[in-house]
Design a protein around this ligand. Structure first.
Ligand SMILES: [Zn+2]
Length: 432
């Protein structure tokens, strides 16, 4: 208690690594001052703020502190007691299912283990693409689910998505075009220990969506000292060129776009809103949300958080990422999963297609590194971005752009056109 009270006096998140989550509470009622006080606090995690209240996670002493301040709350662990976990697959069944699918569709599916969880479980990513064993120059897309272990809906939905895509290859035109012209990566379970333990944090009590390097805090982009699950994602990014991603959560129904850590608008704010709307518009419950206009929200406008994955992926890797909250109940009855799949399936497919709303360049030297300045049709600079592996790709609003490319091979200017609703056979890359 004493330690927490002292920590609460800090208003700036000075610590890169948060305290262990030991208490999980729901604070009742509308309390903006308290949200502001707790928001971004290094030892506290706020989540799922709505008109009824918000969740707060933190070290021992949190409940006592709230009691002393007469703040009404209840314990989320009590809510969990009424949940029926038994119908859900366990980790080993999820793993077996992924292995089976990879074996059944070896031409278009490849399962990779990108690391081990704290308790030694495999962290698995399914790559779906034609020529799956080859690293082709195609837009790279990724879905990650359940970094919060108790937010389970997305794990089931991504498993089902993988199965549907693999089984409909060559039969469904949209799915076939996606698989032929993109490299799709799907990770149903980023925090398998948390899911086995039915808890938000990983087995070491850490919130993985507060564990990434944070630009606002000037953290270096280093995985040193981070959780093994975080490190696995960070390492995967180094070797890939992800351009568009989403990560699935539960506890609300909304598509949330960056930034999470600051109120400034993202340089591609309009584009991010449009991308988020594309997801929300095809999901009846999200689109008609009463909490969020149009089913979307800016991250910081909802509540500020530090060390999240979506800000990190864009800042360091030019990978636009949004956070999708799939269900009000984090762990709904298993019988509700088919309904959630039905209401998200078209959105999930549509969002993958948006990886093609962009343009790229590819160099003959597959090891070339360099930078690209992107200019719009009016000649305004939209930023300069580094690239590696001889390729660069950027999601943009439809329109014409100029890419000023600088590499070890010299400089070159390339005019590109970005079109909506087009999966180009060459991925819309210009060879230089
Ligand atoms: Zn979450």
């Amino acid at each position: 208690m004493k330690k927490l009270a002292l920590a609460l006096a800090l208003s700036v998140p000075a610590m890169a690594f948060a305290a262990k989550i030991e208490e999980e509470l729901f604070i009742m009622g509308h309390n903006p001052a308290l949200v502001k006080e707790f928001s971004g606090h290094a030892d506290l995690t706020i989540d799922h703020l709505d008109s009824e209240g918000f969740e707060v996670y933190g070290p021992k002493g949190l409940a006592q502190m709230l009691e002393e301040r007469n703040i009404p709350f209840y314990d989320l662990k009590d809510v969990r007691k009424s949940i029926d976990f038994a119908d859900y697959p366990r980790f080993e069944q999820v793993k077996a299912k992924l292995v089976d699918l990879a074996n059944k569709y070896p031409q278009i599916a490849r399962l990779s283990v990108i690391g081990k969880s704290s308790q030694g479980r495999d962290l698995m990513v399914m790559k779906i693409s034609d020529n799956v064993g080859v690293d082709e120059v195609e837009p790279e897309f990724k879905y990650i689910s359940s970094m919060h272990g108790d937010e389970i809906t997305g794990r089931e939905l991504t498993l089902q998505l993988i199965e549907e895509m693999l089984s409909k290859y060559g039969k469904d035109q949209t799915i076939t075009d996606l698989i032929n012209n993109s490299e799709l990566f799907v990770m149903p379970s980023m925090n398998p220990d948390g899911s086995e333990l039915h808890q938000r944090a990983n087995a070491q009590g850490q919130d993985l969506n507060r564990n990434f390097p944070e630009a606002v805090r000037n953290d270096p982009n280093s995985s040193a000292g981070r959780q093994p699950e975080t490190k696995a994602i960070m390492d995967m990014h180094v070797s890939r060129n992800f351009v568009l991603s989403a990560n699935f959560h539960g506890g609300s129904v909304v598509a949330n776009y960056p930034w999470d850590a600051k109120y400034d608008r993202h340089p591609f704010d309009g584009l991010l809103k449009d991308l988020s709307k594309e997801y929300a518009n095809l999901n009846p419950e999200m689109r008609s949300s009463r909490e969020f206009a149009g089913g979307i929200t800016n991250g910081a406008d909802w509540y500020v958080l530090y060390g999240g994955m979506q800000d990190w992926s864009y800042i360091w890797y030019n990978d636009l990422q949004i956070t999708i909250e799939l269900s009000d109940s984090k762990w709904p009855s298993y019988s509700e999963i088919p309904g959630f799949y039905k209401s998200n399936r078209d959105s999930m497919i549509r969002f993958m297609e948006l990886a093609h709303q962009g343009a790229g360049i590819k160099l003959s030297d597959r090891n070339a590194t360099g930078s690209v300045e992107v200019k719009n049709a009016q000649g305004q600079s939209l930023g300069t971005y580094g690239f590696t592996h001889g390729e660069f790709y950027k999601i943009l609003a439809p329109g014409s752009y100029t890419f000023n490319v600088k590499s070890s091979k010299g400089s070159k200017s390339v005019d590109v056109i970005v079109e909506a609703d087009k999966i180009a056979a060459n991925g819309n890359y210009t060879s230089i």
